[in-house]
Design a binder for this molecule. Structure first.
Ligand SMILES: [Zn+2]
Length: 305
């Protein structure tokens, strides 16, 4: 999931909504493809991260099998999707059609979620129902979206000025109400018994890689993990991109709060704002802006300008 988040970050610095995913082989653990939202650049509202990643895997399937649904489903049955935001209704349906193995996602999708938040597309009995598990690196997925909306608001002609700094609310929305998504047995099967006691009936805690141990993003994602992505070369468009990738990764780590041993977000950490990335000199402090990003201080700078 941390890899998918990093790809989301790359999407964001290309002015795309930071929703990203990877498809991974269950058998070999190999990353088969990556995808991130491409709706802004392509002006095509269906170019969601999932569709892009699926298309790439589809192109690896022998041509004669591509029009045969059961062959396609045999391929994808071995594949796990890790996506930063719960698949929307459209993507959830597509994932079912192709017979995805299962799905792991970060934060819920309150408006269009097709894996339990709005509709239970993944579980309806027509076609092949699949299992789906949310809440993994959830706050980080929310944080990326907040950063993106800051960027958006900032490029609006009249950014709203936040009226009362004291009203700033740093909290993230509570964790998924797991009871509404998974039965106790399904939760235990995927997340384990100990996490069940800590999380199933408690929305104040985050899922951590090790039970009762906090984490920093740099603990869960290294440059070596990223170098396993064959498509990374295309993203950087040059042969030797390791230094650039290293800089990017350091910037990426700085965007997120740490999670402590109780599974709570450490808001006292100073995080980098997306608009500070790449700055060599301090930027002038400008207006605070409103939006879904109320927790972040925001300085004005357009990326990629
Ligand atoms: Zn979608």
């Amino acid at each position: 999931m941390a890899i998918a988040l990093f790809i989301g970050y790359r999407a964001m610095i290309n002015n795309e909504t930071p929703v990203a995913c990877i498809l991974v082989s269950r058998r070999t653990n190999e990353i088969l493809s990556i995808g991130y939202n491409d709706t802004n650049r392509s002006l095509n509202g269906t170019r969601h991260a999932e569709f892009i990643a699926i298309d790439k895997v589809m192109s690896k399937i022998p041509e004669q099998d591509r029009s045969n649904l059961s062959k396609i489903q045999a391929w994808f049955g071995d594949v796990i999707l890790y996506v930063t935001v719960e698949p929307c209704i459209m993507c959830a349906s597509a994932l079912k059609q192709i017979g995805i193995g299962y799905v792991v996602y970060g934060c819920g999708n309150d408006r269009f979620g097709g894996n339990g938040t709005i509709l239970n597309i993944h579980q309806d009995k027509i076609n092949r129902p699949y299992q789906s598990y949310g809440g993994v690196l959830r706050t980080e997925a929310v944080q990326l979206l907040r950063n993106f909306y800051i960027q958006e608001n900032d490029s609006a002609p009249n950014p709203k000025i936040k009226k009362n700094k004291e009203l700033e609310n740093k909290e993230y929305p509570p964790n998924l109400d797991f009871k509404g998504y998974l039965s106790p047995e399904e939760f235990v099967e995927f997340f384990g018994e100990e996490r069940y006691s800590a999380l199933y009936n408690n929305r104040d805690r985050e899922i951590t890689p090790l039970i009762n141990r906090g984490y920093k993003l740099k603990d869960v994602l290294t440059i070596e993990d990223l170098l396993e992505i064959t498509e990374l070369k295309e993203m950087y468009q040059k042969k030797d991109f390791r230094d650039e990738l290293e800089d990017d990764l350091q910037n990426f780590y700085g965007l997120f709060y740490d999670i402590n041993d109780e599974g709570k977000v450490e808001f006292n950490k100073i995080i980098t704002q997306i608009d500070q990335i790449g700055q060599t000199e301090p930027v002038n402090q400008v207006d605070q802006v409103d939006g879904p990003t109320t927790d972040l201080e925001c300085k004005k700078r357009k990326l990629n300008s």
